[in-house]
Design a protein around this ligand. Structure first.
Ligand code: ZN
Ligand code: ZN
Length: 155
């Protein structure tokens, strides 16, 4: 059986079809919005983009579609610190930079992090299925704004 690698249009179509769903233009637009935004968007952000293309689409439809996509393994959830659910389009091993100021979650790859092993005492009580490193901090854009703000305040 041919299996398309995640993150390809073929992967979208195969996964959708494999779960007995139809690929509607709206569904494809929702998928494209999640994979196109490199910040691991919330349902709200996806809705803002897709409703620009399909003005009659409701937030509820977008949200339900995203949850369905996650259920069938087309996308995943990204960790969130704000309590707002974030979606992850990239199913390959990768790691995250999480900006605490603007909330952007940016991907990065690092073979050393990929190879990280949990300590033995953890492995005895927890079966590790995957390892994802999430670095929390301040992104370059926010750091710049912060610097600018300080300069403005300074007498
Ligand atoms: Zn930021
Ligand atoms: Zn990611």
């Amino acid at each position: 059986m041919y299996l398309a690698s995640p993150d390809s249009p073929a992967f979208y179509h195969e996964t959708i079809k494999g779960h007995g769903l139809k690929s509607t233009p709206q569904r494809l637009a929702i998928y494209n919005a999640v994979s196109g935004l490199k910040t691991h968007p919330s349902a709200d952000e996806v809705y803002r983009i897709v409703s620009g293309l399909y003005t009659s689409i409701s937030f509820d439809t977008v949200n339900r579609t995203l949850l369905k996509f996650a259920e069938i393994g087309l996308i995943a959830f990204a960790e969130s610190v704000s309590g707002v659910r974030r979606f992850e389009p990239d199913l390959q091993v990768h790691h995250h930079l999480h900006c605490v100021k603007c909330g952007a979650i940016t991907d990065f790859n690092n073979p050393e992090f990929d190879a990280l092993e949990a300590p033995p005492d953890i492995r005895r009580r927890f079966m590790v299925l995957s390892t994802k490193v999430s670095l929390t901090g301040i992104c370059a854009g926010c750091a710049k704004k912060e610097k600018h703000r300080k300069q403005v305040i300074r007498p």
